[in-house]
Design a protein around this ligand. Structure first.
Ligand SMILES: NC(=O)c1ccc[n+]([C@@H]2O[C@H](COP(=O)([O-])OP(=O)(O)OC[C@H]3O[C@@H](n4cnc5c(N)ncnc54)[C@H](OP(=O)(O)O)[C@@H]3O)[C@@H](O)[C@H]2O)c1
Length: 524
């Protein structure tokens, strides 16, 4: 008899081969110190790296190997989770890190890298499987990929060769298409892993299990039952010392491209025919392609932007965006963006998908709220209370998928209050990851690095997906640029965002879920 569980749920396995050489370009930078190196150490401590992993950083600074190890010891050690820290294991890990100093624009660097890798393979027994992680500014990516190719390092004669490219993948459709073409010129798409760390989060991965691993929800997952969907990713902090980066990026580029459009695709895509890289990414691309790019008139109607002004945080007065370091005093850069996307397919026609993101807001929340329609008959609304006041109507059901904090899922529904009168309340069923599984959640980078080593590209962006996203975002960027300067700042630090974003939903009779700081349940 066919056993679907046996067929589909083959564990990827703690023992899947993971021996490789990981070459990090930009191994001295913030991402390497805070995320990549700690993720590798966590994977070793958790027993996931069964093979012989070697790490070689290629950096432009004239460090010796010992100086590099010292830098990592001082920098990355502070980001190791205390529950996984062990001094002897850490020292042994750091003592095996390698460093090669070289300028990325100099072809000689790649020849020396190739020689070093070959020596590691022949003399030290290192693997011929290689991961090249580009943790460098976006402008360096084409130079490095071409340098690797010219030195023969993307050939897969003896082992695999995979290139991990960090976001952002371009600044608009033109630059993304050009970057993709430059990469495609020297290596095959199956070798390219475009990383968006959001996709490595447990709760993001759980969206697919929630939708396609349960028979309860999928029949309701369409325009007949769902009224609207809210996708929220907000932060309480301002831009801090990232003014230079943020002035170029803005909220729409920084968060809506990649992160929020990824969440949208997971919530709205059709079921893939299998849980493999191409099947899942085919469905994502199909979903993005079924959203028509908006006309300038639609953009005016269906988008909102904002920029934070001064306010109070933790009882202290805090700066507005235009007063931050490296920000122009008349900056037009948005620190808040909201878009009402419509998906022009059979399942979702007419259902608004509201995406919002911003800095310096009232709460740090990343979640998706699925708002269901009212019941077809308001059975209880005619019953009056003793004072002849209408009873509370039952509010429509909402399923909330919390990405962070308090990772989990809440289903809210109406229930009768105890007593002889017919009174109703809104109650909820809650699932919290930490309460249920009582296990450490791996960081997104741990999950994704392991995926690269195992050759699983499901949670990485494919070329067509990147371009499909920019096809949606570029017209908004262009229209916003062409319009007369917005009245910025238009929301205060610590508020729920600009009024124009409320008006965006009010037009359709909807309202945003208020931003309420969550009570921490993670230690429960
Ligand atoms: N930091 C994060 O949390 C984060 C999150 C998501 C994505 N990212 C992406 O990850 C990448 C790295 O970010 P980061 O925050 O680590 O940046 P970073 O702190 O500025 O470090 C990047 C490293 O790249 C090297 N580098 C600088 N300029 C270069 C150039 N012109 N050509 C080649 N190498 C150069 C530098 O190392 P050497 O000079 O020593 O070689 C530097 O240490 C970026 O693409 C960023 O968008 C970062």
């Amino acid at each position: 008899m066919f056993d679907p569980c046996n067929a589909a749920c083959k564990p990827s396995g703690r023992n899947a081969p993971t021996s490789c050489v990981m070459v990090i370009f930009g191994g001295t930078g913030d991402l390497s110190q805070r995320k990549l190196i700690p993720a590798l150490f966590h994977l070793i401590r958790e027993g996931f790296l069964s093979g012989e992993l070697r790490v070689l950083c290629v950096g432009q600074r004239p460090f010796t190997v010992d100086e590099y190890r010292d830098m990592i010891d001082k920098g990355a050690k502070g980001f190791i989770e205390p529950s996984l820290f062990d001094a002897a294991a850490w020292n042994a890990f750091v003592a095996r890190l390698d460093y090669l100093s070289g300028i990325v624009a100099d072809q000689n660097t790649y020849q020396r890298l190739s020689d070093r890798l070959e020596a590691m393979r022949l003399e030290e027994g290192a693997s011929a499987d290689r991961m090249f992680y580009l943790s460098t500014p976006p402008s360096a990516a084409p130079v490095i990929v071409e340098g690797l190719a010219a030195a023969g390092l993307v050939k897969e004669d003896l082992g695999w060769s995979r290139i991990v490219v960090e976001k952002p993948f371009g600044q608009d459709l033109d630059s993304a298409t050009k970057l993709n073409a430059q990469i495609a010129h020297v290596c095959d798409e199956h070798q390219v892993y475009r990383i968006d760390h959001y996709l490595g989060k447990e709760t993001v991965q759980n969206i697919l299990v929630f939708r396609f691993g349960n028979s309860l929800f999928e029949p309701l997952w369409n325009r007949n039952h769902i009224d609207f969907v809210e996708i929220t990713a907000t932060e309480t902090l301002g831009i801090g010392n990232r003014g230079r980066y943020y002035e170029e990026a803005g909220a729409l580029r920084d968060m809506v491209t990649n992160h929020l459009l990824q969440l949208l695709s997971l919530i709205a895509m059709e079921p893939p025919i299998a849980f493999d890289a191409d099947a899942v990414r085919d469905q994502k691309s199909q979903l993005w392609n079924s959203i028509m790019p908006m006309t300038p008139e639609q953009i005016i109607q269906r988008t909102a932007r904002g920029q934070y002004g001064p306010g109070f945080a933790g009882g202290k007065r805090v700066l507005g965006y235009r007063d931050e370091e490296n920000v122009a005093p008349d900056s037009r850069t948005e620190t808040y963006a909201a878009v009402d996307f419509r998906i022009d397919n059979w399942r979702w026609a007419g259902v608004p998908f509201y995406l919002r993101t911003g800095k310096a807001l009232a709460a740090q929340v990343t979640e998706i709220a699925i708002h269901f329609k009212h019941p077809p008959l308001a059975l209880f609304s005619h019953i009056r209370s003793e004072n002849d006041l209408p009873l509370h109507c039952i509010e429509p059901n909402v399923i909330t998928l919390r990405i962070q904090p308090n990772e989990g899922i809440t289903l809210s529904f109406g229930a009768k209050q105890p007593g002889s009168e017919m009174r109703t309340s809104r109650v909820s069923m809650d699932f919290y990851y930490h309460e249920t599984f009582n296990e450490r959640l791996p960081s997104a980078y741990e999950t994704l690095l392991l995926d690269v080593m195992r050759g699983n590209a499901t949670q990485f962006l494919r070329r067509d997906g990147v371009e499909a996203q920019w096809r949606l975002i570029t017209p908004i960027l262009e229209t916003w640029k062409a319009l007369s300067p917005p009245q910025f700042p238009n929301y205060s630090f610590g508020s729920d965002g600009p009024q124009v974003a409320d008006a965006l939903l009010a037009r359709n009779g909807h309202a945003w879920t208020p931003l309420v700081p969550a009570q921490d349940k993670s230690s429960a």
